[in-house]
Design a protein around this ligand. Structure first.
Ligand SMILES: Nc1ncnc2c1ncn2[C@@H]1O[C@H](COP(=O)(O)OP(=O)(O)OP(=O)(O)O)[C@@H](O)[C@H]1O
Ligand SMILES: [Mg+2]
Length: 157
């Protein structure tokens, strides 16, 4: 099995991505790997008939600041779970594309993310972001289901 040095853990702050983060923390400890917590937010703005109007620098700054504040809380939790080497990162744009780009640029050995997030339908196997990352990433992607989505196997008759 290849060495796992760097784990990219994209989070959308959903409970499923929190479970994925805890799983990533466990893996990081076992492998002595680092974790990067990445949150991608969409370009803030309005769709107008004549085109897309991007929010001004003050709104962008506030989005960035609040995202970093939330990431700092998640980082603290990962540290409590015993992971020493943690970075946080933000990106703006399409979530799946940015996650894949980050994984490549960061030379991540593995992506650990939730099967679902904040907005999707639980009946789908994967949310759309997880689905695209699994298809497009150049490294292994581990998708972690929420406890609520897990199907316990029926005991053998
Ligand atoms: N904006 C984001 N930034 C970072 N990671 C994300 C982002 N959105 C989703 N993820 C990651 O992808 C996982 C799966 O979320 P996904 O968005 O695919 O499912 P969903 O929200 O249930 O469905 P959909 O977005 O298709 O409505 C999350 O648990 C999280 O790990
Ligand atoms: Mg989503």
């Amino acid at each position: 099995m290849p060495e796992i040095h760097r784990i990219l853990c994209p989070v959308d702050f959903s409970s499923t991505s929190r479970e994925a983060m805890r799983f990533a923390a466990d893996l990081a400890q076992r492998f002595g790997a680092s974790i990067t917590l990445l949150h991608v937010y969409p370009v803030p703005g309005y769709v107008l008939p004549e085109g897309f109007l991007t929010a001004g620098p003050d709104v962008l700054a506030e989005v960035e600041e609040r995202t970093h504040a939330s990431l700092a809380e998640w980082e603290a939790e990962a540290r409590k779970l015993g992971v020493a080497d943690i970075e946080v990162a933000t990106a703006m744009g399409n979530a799946a594309s940015e996650i894949v780009r980050h994984a490549a640029e960061d030379k991540a050995d593995m992506v650990v993310m939730g099967t679902h997030g904040r907005t999707g339908l639980a009946k789908l196997v994967l949310g759309s972001v997880a689905d695209k990352v699994v298809r497009m990433a150049g490294c292994p992607v581990l998708t972690v289901p929420s406890r609520h989505h897990r199907h316990e196997p029926k005991p053998a008759a």
